[in-house]
Each structure stands twice: as structure tokens, then as C-alpha cells.
Design a protein around this ligand. Structure first.
Ligand SMILES: [Zn+2]
Length: 643
């Protein structure tokens, strides 16, 4: 009972820290998650999650750690397994839990910002204090047995080493829990999506990757789920006016993804893997994938990934034991990609999407090492501000630019690209993937709104059409594309629709996606989106026709088993009345934002620089809107493959 009690109390302390964090959250995702915790299906999910998974896990870990202490202690102290007291059992297990957590906090020190109180202590002081607190009892206990200096040291060090196996084992045990679907085909198409990878950051981080770089590539809509649905052949007119949760009508009726359906009919075995399935909304829908895996169903990933950061030892094992590796702060950066490539063997069309750079990013120690004197920072200061209201004049005046969220985002993206580099470059020598068109792309970029010249907010996407959100990363290797590093970037305009059409062409012709498919089909890249209001981040120069975040949240329902949906009052066609539209042409981006008072503002960008803002009248806006609509449907895959 004593070791179990230690496990229970340690777990309760972490749980209290988590509750306090939600209680005192100022803004951002934590507030959103905190509010949604009050919804009945989420409450039931959390109760089930805690009682059937999280708490039993902590109790088992406590017993395991105690078993190690008992075995190792017995080797030094005669008869220890018969003479130990309840107090020894409790305190040693508690110290062991402290030690394994400290090992994980040392790996990702920024996760200490999740713990009220501790988050305000600078790392240089906090980490040694935690170490002393954790070691105090085991040293005192070993000393009290009067074993002599060397045996005491051996006893304590041995214990720490044994206990260390518990957090480090999941990284070394091969993942075999999700059986591969297999098959005998070589891959024809491999698509790797990196969520929110900006074009500028992505290209700079992949200079040592083989393949052809495209530096003027654009999304169709800066929202993950919708963009992927368009890539799968879904109707762009439907999928450019939605948001994060699926629309209610997507759960009923026939599958709406013509390219996935065609690939399935033709035996291509389309497979899709994602390390954070929260926004992709595939759960509960009838679709023709050969395989879809994510760590947990639908929205449960959000709660999962947000809870896990507060329970480090659970998080470390979660990456190993879930159906697919997760994005929690301890997830190895290459685990998801490796797993997708393993599970994809035998399929002709393999897809993987990673959310490892989703906000908030918890930098690891190696990532922090790139921040000058990171140990003088507090954990708290690594948490980005999410809304401009948080940036009070006092906070702005004392802002330490080392914590800049864009810097941390860049460091994270570089770390991911570095972890993936040997895998990507190795694919050319892997018979399964060497003849595939291998595409690294992002679904959208990421924007860091400035509150002052110095202070930037945490990264966001899915709000607006602008170069930060719409310009995307694109690198392609495989037949017809550069097989070495350092070839000059191609400047042609590429739309994600070009990739979609390339897939359609490959499916219908049996040939590989060619450079011409990507470079010639959309000299101008169309985009449209029912933008959200930006009042959290910035003060707009005028009132635009946008959707309020609060009304979107109110019309979204959360159901059991990860299912969620938005019930829109108007049809997609009606909602498209007020869309923001954009054209990408080489480095130039032309964004037309409709005004509440009628007419629109036309923003022109060159790269990331705003060059002009002009006002156009309502008729001109309507004419441009019709042109975008025509461009979006110009090469509908339904024409080739039917509905
Ligand atoms: Zn995304």
C-alpha cells in the first residue's frame, strides 16, 4: 500500500498543478481546452481517461520503481525485502517518481512552465533545487544503513540507474503495436506534410535535403483538414468555406473524396497517418482509405496532447504505446515519420502529416541550447503570449527577446527537419520508396503577430489570407526531380491544386507525377477562405466580413469517441458570399478582403512585404470572386473519376 500511496499522491500533485494551470490560464489554447472541459462528453472522456489509463499507469509505475528499489536494496542490505517499513516504501517510491520526472524535465525543461510556482524560478536555480529535493531521502536512507562509503554510493547510484530505465525504455523498444497492413506494391507517391512550416523557414532548414525546391508554392486554404480534403479530391467549393471541425453534412451521404475513392478502386491502398488527429476529422466518417492511424480518435487528441505534458512519465510511454506516435513534448521528432514509412510499405500512396510544431512548442534542452544563456530564463517566460491583451505595458517594457516565439518556432522546425533529413535522403536507396514521387509540403504557413516592435505573439494559422499563412514549403524528390542537394530553386507558381492534379494524372496514366504537372498547371494560384476575426491579435484598419471565433465555437458540438462537428446555419454556397480571396503569382500575393460596408480592400504583397492597399468596389470584388471560383474548379478530378 505504501508504494501505491506514493504513486497516488504523486499523481494527485500533478493533477492539482494541471487544474491550477487551467484556472489561471490567460488566453489561447489552454483557455479553449479549459472551457471545453466543462462539456459533458469531454468530462466523461476525462473521467474514463484518468480512471482507466492515467491513474492505473501511475500506480503501475510506482510499483515498478518500488520493485527495483526492493531488488537493488536487497543486494546491499541483508533481509531488506522482509524488514522494510511503510515509511521507507512510501518515501523511496516518492523519490523514485521524483527522479524519473526530473529526468524527463531535464530532457524538456520548458514543460516546467506547466507547474504553478515552479514556473517562476529560473532554470539555473530550479533544476538543482529539484535534484537536491529528489536525492535527499535516498541518500539519507542509504546512509542510515551504515554500509560504508563505497557501498552507499553504489546503492544510491544503482538505484538511480535502474529507475532511469523507466523513462528511457520507450525510446529503445521497437514499436510493433500497430500491425502493418502490408501489400506487395512499391510506393508511387509519398506525401509528407509538416503542419505550419513556413516557406522561408522550411527552405532554409532543408538545404541538405535532396530534391527540387519550389519557393513560390501556395496553399488553397490555410486550414489543415480542409486543405487535405482538397488534396484528396474533395470539392474545393465546399472545402474552402469550412473550418477546423467537419461540417455536419460530412458525416452523412457518400464519401466525398474522389481521388481516395479512385485510388482505392485501383488497388493503390491509400494510407494516411497523422501524429495529432484532432483537426483532421476522419473519425466516424465513411471513407475509402486502406489505413488511417492517429494516436487517439479525433478531438480526443487535443485533450490527450494537452494533458500529457503535465504527466511526463505517462507522456514518455504514450509515444510508444499509442496506435501512432503523438506530438506530446517528449515525442521523438522522427518517430512519426519512421512509423508512417513502416506502415506504408506495400501501398502505392502513402501520406503522413505531422503537427510537431503546433503551438505551444515546448523546446527541449538541445533546442534551448540555441538560446543565449537559456538557464537564466524562467520556464514561464518560454510560454508565448497568445493574445494582445496579455501584453501589458509593463510586460512589454520588460520583454526579453530571447523568448521570441518565432525564434523558438524556427529552432523547432530546424530540429524536426534535421531529424528527418537522413530519413528523407535515405529514401532514394529504399526499394519501397526510391521510385516514388516524394513530396515534402506544408498545409499552410504560420503567422506571428507583432504587438510591439519587439513582442510577437505565439504562431497562428487558419485566420486570414496573407503571405505568412498562404506561402508554403515544397520540396520534391523522385523520378524527374533533382536527385542531389543544392540545385537552384524553381520559381514557378505552384498550388496545392497542382499536387492534387498531379496525383489525379498519376492515377489515370500510371505515370509518375512530373515537374510539368507541378509547374505548368496553375500559373496563378487561387485561394479562398471564410476568414476569422483577428481581434485577439491585432487592430484592423477597417471592418471586414469575417466569421467571429465565438460564433464558430458556439455552433460546434463535441460528441463521444472523438467526433465533433460544426452545424452551419447557411449552406457552403451561401457562406461563400463573404469569402476572402487571393491570387498567388510568383512571389506576388494579391489578397481581396471584403468590407462590411461593401467593396473590398486589395492587399498586394511582394514576398512578405506589403506593397500597397487599394479599395475596390463591390462589383469588382464579385468579379474577382467569380474568377477564383472558376479557377478552383477548372480541373475538377470528378471530371476524370466521377463522384
Ligand atoms: Zn495545419
Amino acid at each position: 500500500m505504501a508504494p501505491l500511496g506514493a504513486g497516488l499522491i504523486f499523481f494527485l500533485l500533478l493533477a492539482v498543478a494541471l487544474v491550477l494551470r487551467f484556472k489561471f490560464a490567460e488566453a489561447g489554447l489552454t483557455v479553449f481546452v479549459g472551457r471545453s472541459l466543462l462539456v459533458r462528453p469531454v468530462k466523461l472522456f476525462i473521467a474514463r481517461f484518468v480512471l482507466t489509463l492515467l491513474l492505473p499507469f501511475y500506480l503501475i509505475i510506482a510499483l515498478t520503481l518500488w520493485g527495483m528499489a526492493l531488488a537493488w536494496g536487497n543486494a546491499f542490505i541483508r533481509g531488506f525485502s522482509n524488514t522494510w517499513t511503510a515509511l521507507e516504501g512510501f518515501l523511496l517510491t516518492f523519490a523514485a517518481l521524483g527522479w524519473v520526472h526530473l529526468c524527463l524535465w531535464w530532457e524538456v525543461p520548458s514543460t516546467l512552465w506547466l507547474i504553478p510556482g515552479l514556473r517562476r524560478i529560473p532554470f539555473w536555480l530550479l533544476l538543482p533545487v529539484l535534484l537536491v529535493a529528489v536525492l535527499a531521502y535516498p541518500i539519507h536512507w542509504a546512509w542510515a544503513h551504515r554500509l560504508g562509503r563505497f557501498k552507499t554510493i553504489g546503492l544510491v547510484f544503482g538505484l538511480l540507474l535502474f529507475w532511469f530505465l523507466v523513462p528511457s525504455a520507450p525510446k529503445h523498444i521497437p514499436r510493433l503495436l500497430s500491425p502493418a497492413r502490408g501489400g506487395g506494391d512499391q510506393a508511387k507517391i509519398l506525401i509528407i506534410g509538416m503542419d505550419g512550416l513556413r516557406e522561408d523557414v522550411g527552405q532554409a532548414a532543408t538545404t541538405r535535403w535532396v530534391g527540387t525546391s519550389y519557393t513560390n508554392a501556395y496553399t488553397v486554404i490555410p486550414a489543415t483538414r480542409l486543405l487535405w480534403h482538397i488534396l484528396w479530391g474533395g470539392d474545393p467549393l465546399f472545402y474552402t468555406v469550412g473550418h477546423a471541425a467537419p461540417a455536419l453534412e460530412e458525416y452523412s451521404g457518400a464519401p466525398m473524396l474522389p481521388l481516395v475513392d479512385a485510388a482505392d478502386r485501383m488497388g493503390w491502398k491509400p494510407r494516411f497517418y497523422i501524429d495529432d488527429g484532432g483537426t483532421i476529422g476522419l473519425v466516424g466518417r465513411k471513407l475509402n482509405f486502406d489505413d488511417v492511424l492517429m494516436p487517439a480518435p479525433g478531438w480526443e487528441n487535443f485533450v490527450n496532447s494537452n494533458l500529457s505534458g503535465s504527466f511526463p512519465i505517462f507522456a514518455a510511454w504514450e509515444n510508444w504505446a499509442r496506435a501512432f506516435p503523438t506530438t506530446n513534448p517528449w515525442a521523438p521528432l522522427d518517430a512519426g515519420l519512421r512509423e508512417a514509412l513502416r506502415l506504408g510499405r506495400g501501398s502505392k500512396w502513402v501520406m503522413f502529416h505531422s503537427c510537431l510544431a503546433h503551438v505551444p512548442i515546448f523546446p527541449r534542452r538541445e533546442e534551448l541550447a540555441r538560446i543565449p544563456r537559456w538557464w537564466t530564463l524562467t520556464p514561464e517566460s518560454l510560454e508565448p503570449y497568445y493574445a494582445r491583451e496579455q501584453v501589458t505595458p509593463n510586460r512589454a517594457a520588460h520583454y526579453d527577446t530571447r523568448r521570441d516565439p518565432f525564434r523558438i518556432y524556427t529552432i523547432r522546425m530546424q530540429a524536426i527537419m534535421k531529424a528527418w533529413e537522413p530519413i528523407w535522403n535515405g529514401l532514394a536507396r529504399d526499394p519501397q520508396y526510391s521510385n516514388a514521387t516524394r513530396i515534402l509540403f506544408s498545409d499552410h504557413g504560420e503567422r506571428f503577430y507583432h504587438v510591439t516592435d519587439e513582442v510577437r505573439l505565439g504562431g497562428v494559422h487558419g485566420y486570414n489570407l496573407d503571405p505568412w499563412e498562404t506561402r508554403i514549403m515544397l520540396k520534391v524528390a523522385g523520378p524527374g526531380f533533382a536527385a542531389q542537394t543544392g540545385t537552384p530553386a524553381k520559381l514557378d507558381t505552384v498550388s496545392v491544386l497542382s499536387i492534387r492534379d498531379g496525383i489525379a494524372h498519376a492515377l489515370s496514366s500510371g505515370k509518375s507525377i512530373s515537374p510539368e504537372d507541378l509547374e505548368k498547371s496553375y500559373p496563378v494560384a487561387p485561394m479562398r477562405y471564410q476568414c476569422l476575426d483577428l481581434s485577439f491579435f491585432t487592430k484592423e484598419p477597417a471592418e471586414y466580413r469575417v466569421m467571429e471565433v465565438s460564433s464558430l465555437a458556439q455552433s460546434t458540438s463535441i460528441g463521444p469517441d472523438g467526433i465533433w462537428f460544426t452545424r452551419y446555419e447557411k449552406s457552403a454556397e451561401e457562406r461563400a458570399e463573404d469569402v476572402t480571396i487571393a491570387w498567388g503569382r510568383g512571389p506576388q500575393l494579391d489578397v481581396i478582403r471584403p468590407l462590411k460596408a461593401g467593396g473590398a480592400h486589395r492587399y498586394l504583397y511582394d514576398g512578405f512585404d506589403l506593397t500597397s492597399v487599394k479599395t475596390i468596389d463591390e462589383d469588382a470584388y464579385k468579379a474577382e470572386k467569380a474568377k477564383v471560383k472558376a479557377a478552383l474548379t477548372a480541373h475538377s478530378p470528378e471530371k476524370t473519376f466521377g463522384k
